[in-house]
Design a protein around this ligand. Structure first.
Ligand SMILES: Nc1ncnc2c1ncn2[C@@H]1O[C@H](COP(=O)(O)OP(=O)(O)OP(=O)(O)O)[C@@H](O)[C@H]1O
Length: 841
């Protein structure tokens, strides 16, 4: 009898089949009998006399073999059907649990939660969610400037290919395995909201088999004892307990972890020293668990999305991250849309939009959703009724109105009309003053210590009563964290800018009494400080003491050049303006006596003239002047612009700072033409915060020198650099300057067109540029007319151009190249069709 493939298969797989199917031999026999593959006699033979199941299975295989290929095929088919059914039966509980899980997470993350808790009841996330601008980057770099500025800058001339749709992020996360992605965004930019939207997207995707686990780092902070991953997940997601083991062992690539808010994680992440752990059942510290997941030791193959504010991204080694997503914030259109969705009426939305778009500093901040919410709260309540017809312009004023709106309309006094409430506002604010000051002290201490999360102990330190606060405005200013794993309450200001505002409010109020605001940091010495303060007030008078304190605040912030005190300084400036303080009358005394604003303006102007501040801080001084409502500022800016357009030369260094400020507020940056304006290295340094955002930079005929070239090199190395055309003709760079510039060009991949004519760069300079050409593949056009380059320099260029095939034009007119040298250059150019070398003796 011929042996067919199925018979052979049974023979080859005999041990495996015996092991797998012996357990259900009775069922198998019944089925084969039913399908008439074997007879009743066969069944009795197989069963034998009290034979064990394995022996019965062996007998069956012998019978089938004897019956031939057809019976064997019927058996193989039957096994296949059976296997499928068994698999399905095994899969079912998994699928059911996954469905329940999707449902639970979908409803937990089903709405955009406003800071005031559940302010959009019944409104599904899709309706209240406003599309937000996102980008995808290969790497991520943190810059030393305040986050608010960072967001504004991101919108300046962003290349469209860097933009990224929400759908793309979601698809990547659901379709790719073993991917670690970071979603980065400044405070209040909507990271949590994007993760919620993603959970919605996932919960509605019927095709995905991914299982999402979402945690906030804030709640992970509460796990201080060793715990296993298995334990963590089964406590947090008890409905998945029955299937967790199976997913862990069989299919970790189905798992996607979302960890929200890395910046709030208080435990260190040590990627070198953390003990390796591969066992999900092994207890370990929570930070070790995060490291082991990230390194792929635990649940190898799972994916992760980590959200973070920019400063904390550096906690993660870049090599472990595949995708860097960034929230850039709301574009102008998206801001408009946000107002439409969050205001009661289209008219109110339109009014707020008109208001914001006409005021650049507000518009700049409205890229951040949290600030949009503050604006809507501040302006919708029509606080302006009290302030008469005055025209709110500064960011500080918005925050003052916001605070007033919260206290007057959302606080204890629930009854009465808006007008009645407003009439009682001053009295209310006076009563609230001590508590606001305490809350401000907490904010200030946090700011000094760079802390954004507070425990009940911190509240007690400042005699803040939790119940008292929650009755009035706790949920709208200082939010209580209610996370699943929370055993102990913790609090954070709903937005860091509010913490900075409260810190500034405290600082100004405390300084007015003559107290040293820093004394709140060391309460043991408080009585001594109070006595000292009283003495100082007597000796110098309250005015001088206040001046001293304000000066100290600025000096202190400038010592920390990282920029984390920028907004604080702006708010301190704003809160010294009588018109702004009037909004919070009751907290502040009615205006009268000397104007703190005047000395503030003097102080800020002095700072603007000094050259000891880094450019970013100088620009912040301009923001402070704006908040201080410097009467001449707008006029100066206007006249500056007129100067530029009329081509007038010579500006003082401070003008450059003001120009940088002005340009920072502007949105459409493309070309900056500052040719022949007497711009030196110092001026250029002041412009540094905005220089990377132009695609054309024309700086010719300015005394930049080698120092200026060093500034340009910094700009060229910046990850934000978008300069394509850099024209620096006749700027006295010399060979030293070109050497500096070349260092920048080596790390740059944006500049295409470089014009350096009349800079005396000589052969040394030519050598530096030739070095650049060895590795740079972006430059297409270099113009070096009249630069004292000789045959030696020309040779260096030719050598480099044997490596570089991307340069298209090299202009060497009016240099010191001999006839023979020119001929050689021409011959060389003939060998390269795509290269045009212009030269003559
Ligand atoms: N896309 C959006 N559509 C509508 N509202 C949004 C959107 N994004 C954010 N918001 C609003 O802004 C507030 C802040 O957003 P979210 O809490 O998501 O920011 P975050 O970046 O996670 O902040 P943090 O860094 O402080 O944790 C939310 O309470 C929400 O009201």
């Amino acid at each position: 009898m011929a042996v067919g493939p199925c018979s052979l298969q049974l023979q080859e797989r005999r041990p495996e089949l015996v092991e797998m199917w012996s357990r259900c031999i009775s069922e198998v026999l019944d089925l084969l009998h039913e399908e008439q593959v074997i007879t009743t006699e066969d069944v009795s033979f197989v069963r034998g006399d009290h034979l064990g199941k394995t022996d019965q299975m062996r007998n069956l295989l012998d019978v089938l073999h004897g019956r031939g290929e057809e019976s064997c095929r019927a058996f193989v088919d039957m096994l296949e059907r059976k296997r499928h059914l068994l698999l399905q039966a095994r899969m079912q509980p998994q699928q059911q649990h996954s469905q329940v899980h999707k449902k639970i997470l979908g409803s937990q993350h089903g709405t955009v939660v406003d800071y005031i808790g559940k302010s959009r009841p019944g409104q599904p996330l899709e309706e209240s969610y406003t599309e937000i601008t996102l980008s995808l980057n290969e790497t991520f770099t943190v810059r030393g400037q305040h986050e608010v500025t960072e967001v504004g800058n991101a919108f300046k001339k962003l290349d469209s290919e860097r933009r990224c749709e929400f759908e793309t992020i979601s698809k990547n996360l659901l379709q790719q395995d073993m991917v670690t992605a970071v979603l980065c965004g400044v405070a209040g930019s909507g990271k949590t909201t994007v993760t919620k939207r993603f959970v919605q997207y996932w919960s509605k995707d019927s095709l995905t088999s991914k299982i999402v686990f979402i945690f906030t780092f804030r709640e992970l902070n509460l796990i201080t004892e060793c715990r296993s991953l298995q334990e963590l997940l089964s406590t947090h997601y008890s409905h998945l307990k029955p299937i967790l083991n199976q997913v862990f062992s069989k299919d970790p690539s189905r798992i996607l972890f979302i960890f929200d808010g890395l910046d709030e994680f208080q435990f260190p992440l040590d990627f070198d020293k953390t003990p390796k752990c591969t066992d999900p059942e092994m207890p370990q510290r929570i930070n070790h668990m995060v490291v082991n997941l990230l390194k792929g030791n635990l649940l190898h193959g799972c994916s992760m999305l980590i959200t973070s504010r920019p400063h904390a991204v550096s906690k993660l080694p870049q090599a472990l991250i595949q995708n860097f997503y960034k929230i850039l914030g709301f574009s102008a259109l998206q801001q408009k849309e946000y107002f439409r969705k969050s205001c009661g009426t289209p008219e109110a939305a339109d009014e707020i939009w008109q208001y914001v778009s006409a005021r650049p500093p507000l518009f700049l901040m409205c890229h951040i959703p949290a600030f949009c919410w503050i604006i809507v709260t501040a302006l919708q309540e029509k606080i302006s009724v009290t302030a008469g017809t005055e025209n709110t312009i500064t960011v500080t004023e918005i925050y003052c109105r916001f605070l007033k709106a919260i206290l007057v309309f959302h606080g204890e006094q629930k009854d009465g009309s808006q007008i009645q409430k407003l009439l009682k506002a001053q009295q209310l604010l006076r009563t609230m003053r001590p508590r606001l000051k305490d809350l401000g002290a907490l904010a200030f201490k946090g700011l000094v210590e760079r802390r954004f999360i507070f425990g009940p102990g911190d509240l007690t330190w400042f005699a803040l009563d939790q119940n008292d606060l929650s009755k009035m405005f706790l949920v709208e200013i200082l939010k209580e964290d209610r996370d699943f794993l929370a055993y102990e309450k913790s609090y954070h200001f709903v937005h860091t800018s509010l913490q900075e505002f409260f810190a500034a409010l405290y600082y100004v109020l405390e300084s007015q009494t003559g107290m040293d605001p820093f004394s709140c940091l060391k309460s043991a010495l408080l009585p001594v400080h109070r006595r000292l303060a009283a003495g100082m007030r007597k000796l110098f008078g309250p005015e001088r003491v206040l001046r001293k304190r304000v000066k100290e605040a600025f000096n202190w912030s400038h010592r920390h050049q990282s920029g984390h005190m920028d907004l604080f300084c702006r708010f301190v400036s704003g809160l010294l303006v009588p018109r702004t303080r009037q909004i919070l009358e009751g907290i502040f005394a009615p205006p009268g006596g000397a104007h703190p604003q005047l000395f503030l303006l003097r102080l800020l102007h002095k700072q603007l003239d000094s050259s000891s501040l880094v450019p970013e801080r100088q620009v912040n001084v301009c923001h402070c002047l704006y908040e201080a409502q410097d009467p001449g500022m707008m006029d100066r800016l206007k006249s500056w612009l007129a100067h530029v357009s009329q081509g007038q030369a010579q500006n003082s260094p401070r003008d450059w700072t003001e120009l940088a400020f002005l340009l920072q507020l502007a949105n459409n940056l493309d070309e900056l033409n500052l040719e022949n304006r007497g711009l030196g290295a110092d001026g250029l340094r002041r412009l540094l915060p905005v220089l990377p955002f132009f695609s054309t930079l024309r700086l010719g005929q300015n005394p930049l020198g080698s120092e200026g070239a060093a500034v340009l090199a910094t700009v060229l190395k910046s990850p934000d650099c978008r300069i394509e055309r850099l024209w620096v003709v006749g700027a006295g760079l010399g060979s030293e300057g070109v050497k500096m510039l070349s260092e920048g060009l080596k790390e740059n991949s944006t500049v295409v067109d470089l014009r350096l004519a009349i800079n005396n760069i000589g052969d040394d300079g030519a050598g530096c540029l030739a070095d650049v050409l060895m590795r740079n593949r972006t430059l297409k056009d270099i113009r070096l007319r009249d630069n004292l380059i000789t045959d030696k320099g020309a040779e260096l260029f030719m050598a480099a151009l044997r490596e570089n095939t991307t340069l298209e034009y090299l202009w060497l007119f009016d240099n010191k190249i001999s006839k023979a040298g020119v001929r050689r250059l021409k011959d060389f150019a003939k060998t390269r069709e795509s290269l045009d070398i212009k030269s003559c003796t």
